[in-house]
Design a binder for this molecule. Structure first.
Ligand code: UAG
Ligand code: ATP
Ligand code: API
Ligand code: MG
Length: 428
């Protein structure tokens, strides 16, 4: 990865370092420092020192972490800020966007150090005054965000994910919480009992606990309608997005924009109404039969989605990614069994694992359920679900959202849950 500032090349790869370039050393590449020196490199700086080389004073960086809801909350903030007339960049799981245009496709949720600086530089070159970014737990642990100064850090929730990487839930929680131990402004979900943070410059939002941005009432009749109080004053917003979890995401987004712009809350709430949600997150693909695609790929994410449809007969199609946390699989099975009338267990992105064994892990969590089907081929699984559907049902296809491929070993094959669903729409 290279970054060019004032005609100087900065690289994080020792093989690209030479007498004319600067080697940016980080936790991930410090083992290659000697090889950079051997290649003739004379200037070695830390990622933290990069901020002295790139003037970022014209842009406010907003960072969002949490197990679920980062992409949705980030997209809502981006949409509100654009609607309010700001120039904004957005970086996350779905790629890199500047002023409503996709500049890069799906990649890491949080790039490596030089990648973040390169994107911020590009955002500034395009006149952006805000840079909204998702911050993954991998990024915190690997110090990919080293050297960035945040105007606001946001916490959505901490449940479980990525234990393949962090090994224990305690370590995962410690890593997530470490994002909030400094003095910078932070916005915390007060209903989450797990989060620990430095209360200096702390703001909070919540549905249950007292907080700075406190949801006092909500209803889901003809859309989502939310009332909240801010220091005794009442405000409200509406949205087409479904589910209590989206009330959290939207409340966080409104509060974040308020904290970072100081615009009147009512103006921010009005701007939010133009936000239609994120592709592949609780996205209704067709209404006859009702079929929804969602990116839920953790036990908590699945629970949140499934319990939003308790008046429907749920037909749930899902799998679990290979080379990822194995222990979440039976828990995902158990959640499906608790809420769904029909379960179809299939493949997600098997990567380097045997899909049959992933499915076995999921099945071990499903006890005594009357309707469980195993269909390893995801296309066939979706087809079967659509054939089972009726006017009282909802087909929920979970785990891949708007991903455009299925990853088998290290190969990516074109695959879209949405397109598969659309092949089986019933005639009106
Ligand atoms: C497990 C994991 O996170 N691995 C990351 C890690 O890999 P690594 O330590 O093996 O990297 P490496 O190949 O040794 O290279 C490290 C550094 O050394 C440098 N290098 C390398 C070779 C050499 O001869 N000389 C040299 O200088 C490279 O330029 C690089 O800067 O560091 C690399 C870059 O520093 C990352 O690209 C890589 O992410 C891999 C691709 C990955 O798939 N990560 C996933 C799991 C991830 O981070 N996912 C989260 C998901 C979060 C979510 O949405 O929930 C994400 O943020 O996307
Ligand atoms: N606030 C929330 N609380 C719990 N579950 C949520 C919340 N927001 C979204 N979800 C569920 O999690 C899924 C992923 O949401 P989103 O993409 O916004 O999260 P993310 O944190 O960016 O995930 P990832 O780390 O995989 O990129 C959604 O499709 C939904 O099922
Ligand atoms: N950012 C998450 C997304 C998981 C999506 C799911 N489809 C999978 O492949 O496990 C990860 O890389 O773990
Ligand atoms: Mg994301």
């Amino acid at each position: 990865m290279q970054l060019i500032i004032n005609n100087r090349v900065y690289t994080d790869n020792s093989n690209e370092a030479d007498e004319n370039s600067v080697f940016v050393v980080s936790k991930q590449n410090e083992k290659f420092k000697d090889s950079a020196i051997l290649n003739g490199c004379k200037e070695i700086i830390t990622a933290n020192e990069l901020k002295n080389h790139l003037d970022m004073s014209s842009i406010k960086v907003i960072g969002i972490t949490g197990t679920n809801g980062k992409t949705t909350t980030a997209a809502a903030i981006y949409s509100i800020l654009l609607d309010l007339g700001y120039k904004v960049a957005l970086q996350g799981t779905r790629g890199f966007f500047i002023n409503d245009e996709r500049v890069e496709d799906y990649s890491l949720t949080t790039p490596v150090q030089l990648g973040n600086f390169a994107h911020i530089q590009k955002a500034m070159q395009n006149g952006c005054t805000f840079f909204v970014m998702e911050v993954s737990s991998h990024a915190i642990e690997q110090k990919r965000i080293e050297g960035l100064e945040f105007a606001l850090k946001i916490h959505t929730n901490i449940t479980r994910d990525h234990l393949d990487y962090h090994k224990t839930i305690e370590e995962y929680i410690r890593v997530k919480n470490s994002f909030f131990d400094d003095d910078c402004k932070k916005l915390i979900n007060k209903d989450d009992k797990i989060v620990k943070y430095n209360s200096k410059n702390g703001f909070a939002y919540s549905l249950d606990e007292p907080s700075t941005y406190k949801v006092t009432a909500y209803s889901f009749k003809n859309g989502t309608h939310v009332m909240f109080s801010h220091f005794g004053e009442m405000h409200s917003f509406s949205s087409t997005m479904m589910g209590i979890f989206n009330v959290y995401n939207l409340m966080a987004a409104v509060a974040a924009v308020h904290i970072t712009t100081q615009k009147p809350l009512d103006e921010i709430c009005e701007a939010l109404e133009g936000f239609a949600g994120v592709s592949g997150r609780m996205e209704t693909v067709c209404s006859n039969p009702l079929a929804i695609v969602d990116f839920a790929h953790t036990p908590d994410g699945m629970k949140e989605v499934l319990q939003s449809f308790n008046e429907k007969e749920i037909i749930c199609v899902f799998g679990a990614g290979g080379d990822r946390d194995k222990l979440k699989r039976p828990l995902m099975g158990q959640i499906a069994a608790n809420f769904a009338k029909h379960i179809i267990v299939t493949s997600d992105n098997p990567r380097n694992e045997d899909p049959d064994l992933i499915i076995e892990d999921i099945l071990s969590g499903i006890k005594n359920h009357p309707s469980v089907l195993v269909e390893i081929n995801r296309k066939e699984a979706i087809k079967k679900a659509m054939e089972m559907a009726n006017e009282n049902s909802v087909v929920l296809v979970l785990g891949k959202g708007d991903e455009a491929t299925q990853i088998i070993y290290d190969k990516k094959f074109p695959f879209s849950d949405k397109e598969e669903i659309l092949k089986h729409i019933k005639a009106e």
